[in-house]
Design a binder for this molecule. Structure first.
Ligand code: SF4
Length: 368
């Protein structure tokens, strides 16, 4: 017997089908969040959409877009002074032409995996040694980073530094739009929006006419968001709507924004496999430079290839290809033998596709 979730999903899908027929043309919807991509694959959502509605993943994996030069620079810095380097599990395994952090640890350097910057901070409290947190992440992760930095300053902790590779997400979408990537509508990430609010995304709709729906992470949230986007397209409306209003407010989390603003300033920054994106990187302000390990120890500028030959991560991050279009996917490149960064992180599109490729719509009925 059909349960309530399943019945609701079917009703939404029927409406999506009806509107897609009425629109009658190809529609490209981009999501820019690894968690949404997980939900889409877990719920088999791509497979149940009408043939003219296409879902593409964008640059929604912070670990995937972290420049290889920064990973290599962090290693060069750690070679010059005794320190404990901490980072997240996904980042630990990301392949670069100079090896991964995991390879670096195998060479005898002290690299440790932490679940959050808070764990790295606690390590500094318990140790006399210098602890340097290699700190990737979008707005959602930057907020706790700023929170810990404020503790470090208030408690005058002397043996804690970061290497910030934090990035902002709206400039990446703007960059793709300016590059000419066709995005008809955007499933906008709920957790980033919880920080920056509906307000943080509005300029993309106003300046580029792109419909957006801020979406939650249940398969039903995503299906409903797709329906809301298609309705806007059918009616010729270019708005931003908030499906995730149970969490996201118009102005976002002001306290978190103020903490981020206190410590970080925005500058142009490189994204792996995408290039330099204007005003997309978060760097420590002059008055907090001492918290940046790079202000103390320099690493030579390097130019390294972003990807191995044949890896199509660049196209995947631009929403121009899906992982199963990469000839290496699942054959040469797997989570245990990753060729590119998109196969490593749990938020990487290739890794998510690999995890769910044998599953289908049945998942929806059980909540994904
Ligand atoms: S499957 Fe592997 S090689 Fe292909 S695009 Fe993804 S990460 Fe790169």
């Amino acid at each position: 017997m059909m349960n309530k979730r399943s019945a609701l999903a079917r009703r939404i899908v029927e409406e999506i089908n009806e509107i897609a027929r009425a629109i009658g043309r190809e529609v490209r919807i981009m999501d820019i969040c690894g968690t949404h991509e997980d939900t889409i694959n877990r719920g088999g959502i791509r497979e149940i959409l009408p043939r003219n509605i296409h879902l593409f993943a964008g640059p929604g994996c912070p670990v995937c877009i972290t420049p290889v030069e920064d990973i290599a620079a962090m290693m060069k810095i750690a070679e010059q002074k005794d320190m404990i380097v901490t980072t997240f599990g996904d980042m630990y395994r990301i392949p670069t032409p100079r090896g991964s952090f995991s390879d670096f640890r195998a060479r005898g350097y002290d690299v440790r995996v932490v679940y959050s910057i808070y764990d790295a901070y606690r390590l500094a409290l318990k140790n006399d040694r210098l602890v340097v947190h290699f700190s990737p992440g979008f707005e959602t992760t930057t907020a706790p980073t700023a929170g810990i930095l404020s503790e470090v300053v208030e408690r005058k902790i002397e043996n804690f530094r970061i290497y910030s590779v934090h990035r902002l997400t709206p400039p990446a979408v703007e960059y793709l739009l300016k590059e000419g990537t066709r995005i008809d509508a955007l499933i906008t990430p709920g957790h980033v929006s919880a920080i920056i609010g509906v307000r943080g995304w509005r300029y993309l709709t106003e300046n580029y006419g792109i419909p957006q729906v801020i979406s939650g992470f249940d398969p039903l949230d995503v299906l409903l968001s797709i329906l809301m986007l298609l309705k806007m397209i059918q009616e010729g409306r270019k708005d931003i709507e908030n499906e995730y209003s149970r969490v996201v407010e118009e102005d976002g989390n002001i306290e978190a924004q103020e903490k981020i603003e206190r410590f970080f300033t925005v500058r142009d920054a490189k994204w792996r496999a995408l290039g330099i994106i204007p005003k997309s990187g978060l760097y420590l302000r002059d008055e907090y430079q001492w918290l940046d390990i790079r202000s103390e120890i320099d690493a030579p500028a390097m130019e390294l290839p972003d990807l191995e030959a044949g890896c199509r991560c660049g196209e995947i991050l631009r929403g121009l290809a899906l992982p199963d279009e990469c000839p290496l996917f699942g054959r040469v490149c797997t989570p245990s033998t990753p060729v590119g960064p998109c196969m490593v992180s749990s938020e990487g599109t290739c890794s998510v596709f690999y995890k769910y490729r044998k599953r289908g719509m049945g998942a929806m009925e059980n909540g994904g």
